[in-house]
Design a protein around this ligand. Structure first.
Ligand SMILES: [Zn+2]
Length: 346
């Protein structure tokens, strides 16, 4: 028999909200920083990633992109990141946010970033059976015009693994303001790309950003979106449209200052019947992994094992991959649930 904690650790999982640079492991991050002479603000993982708030984290997040400089770095991070996530939480499928604009200043083209990243993830898929897709994230520090140009690059490059666009970081004013990028979203939709956006995340965010992402940007799913619980009409709208949410419990304790307990908005979203999935967001920086999000996050939220299984299945339903791939994953997850349930402590 296994404990509830082991059961949650071993559940097969998808992850739909994960920033590629944050799939770096701490040893590889430190190794690459030394290789390129990037001075870090501390020399051990505990101090390196001891953040107090979202602003501190974003400074470190931007710095992390500085250690990815050669195409092989992307392939290596991709391979090692998948291996780590399989060991840490039985990852079976993952979608990655990547923004090639971060690397353009170092002379890396869109293809210089995307091609080795996909090659590394393909190798990891052969090694561990972990499927993947890529979502190009608009950095909200950049202009609306540059976001349109980024979507043009995605379309021109045409990699079938790149299936959508999202948006991350905050605007230069420190706001979410999702509709700033409406032209880029329209263009992406015209070309058949899927749409998502980070909204309703922080303590000063409003439900309005969630509404704008649904009604103006016409997003297929939303990242975070916790402020939806502040407006019951929005909950009804998301239920009607079948909008899924990529919730990240551990990061909310740092970026939003919220305590993980049954009064948390993520628990309220689950209880309201919203299609909630679980992710790490930035595993390296928040010192988390997918196993911990289920093991600690769901336990502290007071979610039971059957709800945990439903959350894992929600991650398949909300993925941006093909229906064939989803059907294969549902069968695999169902088989693993059967095997795990025989070991479950009553
Ligand atoms: Zn994120």
């Amino acid at each position: 028999m296994i404990s509830g904690s082991d059961y949650l650790q071993l559940l097969p999982k998808t992850e739909l909200h994960c920033h590629f640079a944050s799939t770096l492991t701490a040893p590889l991050f430190i190794e690459l920083a030394a290789k390129y002479g990037v001075e870090l603000w501390a020399d051990n993982a505990d101090e390196l990633f001891a953040f107090d708030d979202l602003a501190d984290f974003l400074v470190a997040f931007r710095a992390a992109h500085d250690v990815l400089r050669e195409p092989d770095d992307f392939a290596r991070v991709a391979r090692e990141g998948v291996r780590h996530a399989v060991a840490a939480g039985n990852l079976r499928y993952r979608e990655y946010f990547i923004n090639p604009q971060y690397f353009a200043a170092r002379g890396l083209s869109y293809a210089d970033v995307i091609d080795p990243l996909i090659a590394g993830l393909r190798q990891a898929e052969r090694d561990y059976g972990v499927g993947f897709r890529v979502v190009v994230a608009i950095n909200r520090q950049e202009s609306p015009e540059s976001a349109v140009e980024l979507v043009r690059q995605v379309v021109a490059h045409g990699a079938p693994e790149v299936v959508g666009i999202g948006q991350d970081d905050l605007t230069p004013e420190g706001t979410e303001d999702p509709t700033r990028f409406v032209a880029a979203y329209r263009l992406a939709r015209e070309h058949g790309l899927k749409l998502t956006a980070h909204v309703g995340e922080t303590d000063n965010a409003t439900p309005d950003a969630v509404r704008e992402a649904i009604e103006v940007l016409e997003c297929d799913r939303l990242d975070h979106g916790y402020r939806i619980m502040d407006d019951p009409s929005l909950v009804r709208l998301a239920l009607t449209r079948g909008i899924a949410f990529t919730a990240t419990p551990v990061s909310t304790t740092i970026c939003s200052g919220w305590v993980l307990d049954p009064s948390h908005r993520i628990r309220a979203m689950i209880d309201a019947g919203l299609k909630v999935t679980l992710s790490t967001d930035d595993a390296l920086f928040f010192r988390t992994d997918l196993g911990r999000e289920y093991r600690e996050g769901l336990t502290l939220l007071g979610v039971d094992m059957d709800a945990a299984k439903q959350i894992a299945i929600n991650g398949i339903d909300a993925a941006f991959c093909s229906e064939d791939e989803k059907a294969r994953m549902r069968a695999e997850f169902t088989a693993q649930f059967l095997a795990l349930d025989t070991l479950r402590v009553a």
